[in-house]
Design a protein around this ligand. Structure first.
Ligand SMILES: [Zn+2]
Length: 395
């Protein structure tokens, strides 16, 4: 690690330039379209074009790979002078929805904070990545290893962008994703399995309920079967960073009108999973609990649907070179070792196909809210941390 080179290149990181670029990106409405085609207001493609223009302006070879029509991943490449190590700096170009957020696209700057949808989740990290490649290019710095800057689509829904990278490349040896962690270094995060449990009964007039089978009453038995599930999860040995798995029944629907015995009820449940847990292991636990209730009431008819959300946990070794490089970078910028933590939310990291750590500016507390912001100073620090890690791993 060439400290003098870092100190020199660091001077090329310009806060007012970062601020301008981040505000320009917030103005690009790139909400995830979820099930709909990408129309006005859901313009991941314009974010990809913006990044492509900026990156080619800073000397990167640029490529867009369409994952869905008009919904590409974008990559910028700096080929190293002979090293065979590749680092990818990745960030999603879609944002959460903006319903109930009237000034989502005003892109204000006040009291050192940049406001707007995508400010911290996660256009701030994309702006920091661009600041790094700008600094490298302007100084004519030649790296030994290869650097890829990636803007991937669809993180906020099905993570199709990162899954495409995992399947078809490009490959890297190390990955960093700048989701908002307050610049903490997060090699692990929980995953998520959400699904619907459905009970079926037989409709009848409420004057003769004995002629029907009540699906809501059946669901009550199932809900009771999960009553001590969180206690059981808490009694298991914790993951060193992620802690324990958690379970929440979140939505219930059933019944048609009050004077009819309901023949249908569905319960949406959310299970946060630890590294080592997956769809199959979770479904086994669900069935075991419901079957116990069914042993007491053989009329209980239920089904568990395919997952409505299925996101893998991430768990790379805290000893991975990219984790250690980020910790050293943190020391260089803040003069203290941040250690490692779990990222509280789910993200693209487990799908990339190579060890990927999450570390980025801003707080998850502001992500997805109707007052999203990031401190400019933290974005500038992020750029310094990424620059240091790039030189450390590829210099
Ligand atoms: Zn995000």
């Amino acid at each position: 690690m060439n400290k003098a080179l870092y100190e020199e290149l660091k001077k090329g990181i310009d806060p007012s330039w970062i601020r301008r670029v981040l505000q320009e990106m917030i103005l690009i409405r790139s909400e995830n379209p979820f099930h709909d085609p990408p129309e006005t207001g859901f313009r991941e493609k314009e974010m990809a074009d913006y990044l492509a223009d900026r990156m080619s302006g800073h000397g990167l070879r640029v490529e867009q790979r369409e994952v869905r029509p008009s919904r590409p991943n974008v990559f910028g490449y700096i080929d190293g002078a002979g090293g065979d190590v590749t680092l990818m700096l990745a960030g999603h170009i879609d944002t959460a929805r903006t319903a109930g957020y009237p000034d989502a696209y005003e892109s204000k700057f006040e009291d050192g904070k940049i406001y707007g949808r995508g400010a911290c989740d996660m256009k701030a990290a994309l702006a920091a990545y661009l600041a790094v490649v700008k600094a490298l290019n302007e100084a004519g710095c030649k790296l030994r290893g290869n650097l890829i800057v990636c803007g991937n689509m669809d993180e906020e829904f099905q993570m199709l962008g990162s899954k495409a990278i995992g399947r078809d490349g490009p490959r890297a040896d190390h990955g960093i994703i700048g989701e908002p962690t307050g610049l903490q270094v997060c090699p692990s995060n929980k995953g998520r399995v959400s699904t619907k449990i459905i009970t079926r009964g037989r409709a009848a007039h409420s004057s003769v309920p004995e002629q029907g089978v009540n699906a809501i009453v059946a669901m009550a038995r199932i809900i009771r079967a999960f009553e001590d599930y969180n206690d059981e999860l808490l009694s298991r040995p914790p993951h060193p960073l992620c802690g324990h798995g958690r379970f929440t029944p979140g939505v219930i629907r059933g019944g048609v009108q009050v004077n009819t015995v309901p023949d249908f009820c569905e319960l949406e449940v959310d299970r946060r999973t630890l590294p080592g847990e997956n769809r199959e292991s979770v479904y086994v636990e669900f069935r075991r609990r419901i079957e116990k209730a069914r042993a007491e009431d053989s009329t209980l008819a239920y089904e568990i649907t395919e997952p409505t959300w299925l996101i893998a946990p991430n768990d790379i070794s805290p000893k991975e070179p990219v984790v250690e490089a980020l910790r050293r970078a943190h020391v260089a910028v803040y003069d203290r070792d941040p250690g490692v933590q779990a990222f509280p939310a789910a993200a693209d990291a487990p799908y990339m196909g190579f060890p990927t750590v999450i570390c980025g500016p801003g707080s998850i507390a502001q992500a997805h809210t109707t007052c999203e912001f990031v401190e400019l100073e933290e974005v500038v620090d992020a750029a310094k941390i990424y620059l240091h890690a790039v030189l450390d791993l590829l210099g």
